[in-house]
Structure formats: structure tokens, C-alpha cells
Ligand binder design. Structure first.
Ligand code: AMP
Ligand code: MG
Length: 309
């Protein structure tokens, strides 16, 4: 095994326990929120730095290979740390190969289309990493918890039946299978924060003027619906965890540990794709040699020629 493959294999202990492998038995309450994986912050930083470096190299290969793309979906309750996880995990990778999309309440133009439309146009191109901060999964969660949102979608009435959620589970799974069959690797992260930690983070937001902008009264109202959200998430994860688009239920009470799980899962996944730098066509090599000689022959002769444009 090459040393890079071995390193990726070593990350399994931070990924496997949190990947939903038996979806039919999935219970959100079985997954920890406070886990630290036997690490402290200092050890975690070493792993995070190593992951960051590996990710940088892997992204370069992904980009050069220009065949695969990676779609990373971040979901979680309010204050679960989606923004900061995205910020920290992607820190240090080349912004040219990466796009982040934050999905908000759909606009009227978006509501003129089917619910996957706005995501479809935001999908990453080959060779790139696309990050969805929230996603079409909101269609199984907030829309389910608030049926009035579904009404605004103007779906023909006779298509809205009691089967609508089962149909959406199927359609989303099929969409992700389609993406995977076309070379988009989909990884999904649910930042699993406890209700107590959310309370603390809301309090922090209220108590520090620098964090007031993050606070929204709406978030408090949604906190009141905590159990409904958790039930919706449990069902959604149960029905949309597949080998080609796995869910990771990431312990999120310690932000630093969440970053370890997420970055390890990404490193492992790209490592498995094993993107390659394009091979240079042997027949082109003599041509390279000719061009190289010609460029050398152009070397400036007089001191004046040395000045470059
Ligand atoms: P934030 O991520 O805090 O900026 O909030 C974005 C808001 O948009 C959240 O309250 C989401 O529930 C909401 N949102 C995102 N996608 C949808 C959707 N498809 N339908 C309804 N609301 C959505
Ligand atoms: Mg918010």
C-alpha cells in the first residue's frame, strides 16, 4: 500500500462510525453529538493540518484529471456550525476549483420551477468541488415541518398526496444515483448538534454584540419545533442513505471534532477516486523538445533584451 493510501485508511476511525451504513435501522438518537474520537484539540489540529495538505494535493489532481466532480452537502439545525465547518475544511484549497452555494428560502423565479431546478444549475463542473450550504434536503425537512411552504410551490393539487414524502425520498435518491453514474461523487454531512449546545450557541449570539448579526428570531421559533425537525431528519436520512451518496451524521457539539470527521471523509473519498494528472502523449514529446530548444535559442543576447514586458 502506498503511504498516501495508508494515511487515508488510517482516517477510517474518524469516518466509519459516523457513516450511515444500515439506513433501515437508522435512529438519529443513536448517533453521538459530543464525541471527540479520543482526541484533544491539539492532536486534532495536527490531523486537520495533515488533511488540509492532502486535500490541497488531491484537489489539484481532481482538477487536472477533469473527469470526476465532488458534491459536498452540508445540513444541520440552526447553529449546528455549517458555515464554520465549510470555512475551516475548505481553507487552503484552491478557490478556482471550488464553488459554494448557500440555499435560502426559494425566490419567486425558483418557485416557477420544480424543486431540484435551482440545485441542478448549481452542480459542480467536472474537476471541481461544489459545496451546498443547505440543499434540496430542505424539501424533506422545513417543507415537511411547515406544510404552508408546500402550498406555495404551486404543484398541481392532484399530485400532492399522502405519498409526497416517499416520492421525494425516491426522486432525490434517483437524482443522486444519476449524478454518481455521471461522475459526481456526492457526500452528505448532517451536523448533529444537541439541543443543549444549540441553546448555548444562541445565548452566545445574544450576549456578544459581534455575533448579533447571526441571531434570528425565526431560529428561536424553529427551536420550538425541535422534535419535529429531528423526526423529519431521521426519516430523510433513513430513506436517502445509499452507497453512492452516503450520509455522515457528524458529532457537532465540538466544532473541532466535526472538522476532523468531515475533512477525513473528503480526503478518503477523493483518494478512492484516485484522480490522475493527464498523461502526456508520447508522440507529442519530440514536439516539446523542439519547442524547448527554440525557446532556449531565444535567450536574450544583449543586456537590453533582458528587460521583460
Ligand atoms: P440560513 O441558512 O440561516 O441563512 O437560512 C436559510 C433559510 O432558508 C432557512 O430557514 C432554511 O430553512 C430556508 N430554506 C432553504 N431552502 C429552503 C426551501 N427549499 N424551502 C423553504 N425554505 C428553505
Ligand atoms: Mg440562520
Amino acid at each position: 500500500m502506498s503511504s498516501s493510501k495508508k494515511q487515508a485508511a488510517d482516517l477510517s476511525e474518524f469516518v466509519r462510525p459516523f457513516r450511515v451504513a444500515d439506513p433501515q435501522d437508522f435512529r438519529l438518537g443513536d448517533f453521538p453529538t459530543k464525541e471527540k474520537g479520543g482526541l484533544d484539540k491539539e492532536k486534532a489540529q495536527t490531523i486537520l493540518d495533515a488533511n488540509r495538505e492532502r486535500l490541497h494535493g488531491l484537489q489539484e489532481r481532481l482538477y487536472a484529471d477533469d473527469r470526476w466532480s465532488l458534491l459536498l452537502i452540508f445540513q444541520g439545525m440552526d447553529a449546528s456550525g455549517k458555515d464554520s465547518a465549510i470555512e475551516h475544511v475548505m481553507h487552503g484549497i484552491n478557490p478556482q476549483g471550488c464553488d459554494v452555494h448557500a440555499f435560502k428560502v426559494p425566490t419567486s423565479k425558483e418557485l416557477d420551477h420544480d424543486y431540484l431546478w435551482r440545485s441542478t444549475v448549481a452542480l459542480p463542473e467536472r474537476g471541481r468541488i461544489g459545496i451546498f450550504n443547505r440543499s434540496y434536503y430542505e424539501e424533506l425537512i422545513v417543507v415537511r415541518v411547515h406544510p404552508e411552504i408546500l402550498e406555495k410551490q404551486r404543484i398541481p393539487a392532484k399530485l400532492v398526496t399522502k405519498n409526497i414524502w416517499r416520492e421525494r425520498f425516491e426522486d432525490i435518491s434517483s437524482f443522486e444515483r444519476y449524478l454518481s453514474r455521471n461522475g459526481t461523487l456526492v457526500l452528505k454531512f448532517f451536523l448533529n448538534v444537541s439541543k443543549e449546545e444549540q441553546r448555548q450557541r444562541f445565548l452566545d449570539r445574544l450576549e456578544e454584540p459581534g455575533k448579533w448579526w447571526k441571531f434570528s428570531m425565526g431560529d428561536v421559533a424553529e427551536r420550538g419545533l425541535w422534535d419535529k425537525y429531528q423526526a423529519a431528519w431521521q426519516e430523510a436520512i433513513r430513506h436517502t442513505s445509499t452507497p453512492h451518496a452516503p450520509w455522515h451524521v457528524v458529532p457537532a457539539d465540538h466544532k473541532w471534532f466535526a472538522r476532523i470527521v468531515i475533512s477525513s471523509a473528503i480526503v478518503q473519498a477523493i483518494e478512492k477516486l484516485d484522480p490522475e494528472f493527464p498523461k502526456v502523449d508520447r508522440k507529442a514529446t519530440p514536439e516539446y523538445e523542439r519547442v524547448r530548444k527554440a525557446l532556449l535559442a531565444e535567450a536574450p543576447k544583449k543586456p537590453d533584451d533582458k528587460k521583460r514586458g
